[in-house]
Design a protein around this ligand. Structure first.
Ligand SMILES: NC(=O)c1ccc[n+]([C@@H]2O[C@H](COP(=O)([O-])OP(=O)(O)OC[C@H]3O[C@@H](n4cnc5c(N)ncnc54)[C@H](O)[C@@H]3O)[C@@H](O)[C@H]2O)c1
Length: 262
């Protein structure tokens, strides 16, 4: 896979999967534009420059339609047109059973996780279609296919991203644009590694692989979907969960089974 100076816009690039995706893309020869509302996004840009590629960053809330449009115009002036877009910015704020869910937090998750992707896609997809080449990857979640207890807002927005993905394919595939979703299971980002140990252990125990995913594993899948060779993959959602979804029924934790010698 070679990106040969192609310009990739990545949202949520201050840390986690977004930051690693930026450096993986740079190693493959891409120049990057990085959006985040966290100032640490400047450090990611610095890491990319150390790899010898161009990087620009913008402090932007992806939920803000006007701010996204302005920032994309800035990127186009600084780097040139956006060839590939990775919608990675995402939040989980609303951890409560549905009957106790705060409507304000529901709106917040909807705004960042789903409307944020609409905003960035709307800002770049017309240009991609005019130039006859574009790649869009939406970072959804394994939660989009099932449910996630006490996170109905998060799971619903991640499922909504799949509808957005498929619609972009239907509207733009004929003009050289692909749009796909990746559905990570548990990935060992800073956020996940800071979870309470018992919750982390329980979640890991449900994966037959027995470990969290590495952010770089997700980044390489995203890079593949953004590459030239993935031009015939369009409108799909790809799980990257170490096989966790294969566990249709979880009868006990791996540790408990090991203790029983099974
Ligand atoms: N880590 C996992 O296990 C996992 C699993 C499934 C899906 N995902 C998804 O992958 C993506 C990245 O996950 P992560 O673990 O790296 O998360 P993270 O919290 O470490 O990083 C998310 C980044 O998005 C930025 N961000 C949040 N709201 C924003 C906004 N309104 N505007 C701009 N930037 C904003 C944050 O500042 C942060 O830098 C998210 O969409 C998440 O839902 C992660």
């Amino acid at each position: 896979m070679k990106f040969d100076g192609r310009r990739v816009l990545i949202t949520g690039a201050a840390r986690g999967i977004g930051r690693v995706t930026a450096t993986v893309m740079a190693e493959l020869g891409a120049d990057v534009a990085l959006f985040d509302r966290n100032e640490a996004v400047a450090e990611t840009a610095e890491q990319v420059r150390h790899l010898g590629r161009n990087a620009v960053h913008h402090l932007v809330d992806v939920a803000d339609h006007g701010a996204v449009a302005d920032a994309v115009a800035g990127v186009e002036a600084e780097l040139g047109p956006v060839d590939a877009l990775v919608n990675n910015a995402g939040i989980t704020t609303n951890i409560a059973p549905l009957d106790r869910m705060s409507p304000e937090k529901w709106q917040l998750e909807l705004g960042v996780n789903l409307t944020g992707a609409f905003n960035t896609i709307q800002a770049v997809v017309g240009g991609m279609a005019e130039r006859g080449w574009g790649r869009i990857v939406n970072v959804s979640s394994a939660a989009a296919r099932g449910g996630l207890h006490s996170q109905v807002g998060y799971a619903s927005t991640k499922a909504g991203l799949l509808g957005l993905t498929r619609n972009v394919t239907v509207e733009y595939a004929g003009r050289g644009v692909t749009c796909n979703a990746v559905l990570p299971g548990m990935i060992g980002t800073e956020k996940v590694m800071a979870m309470p140990k018992e919750i982390f252990d329980q979640a890991v125990s449900q994966s037959p692989t027995g470990r969290p995913g590495d952010p770089a594993e997700v980044a390489h899948l995203i890079a593949f979907l953004c590459s030239d060779v993935a031009g015939y993959i369009n409108g799909v959602d790809i799980l990257i969960d170490g096989g966790a979804a294969m566990n249709s029924v979880v009868l006990g934790s791996r540790r408990a089974l090991r203790e029983r010698g099974e």
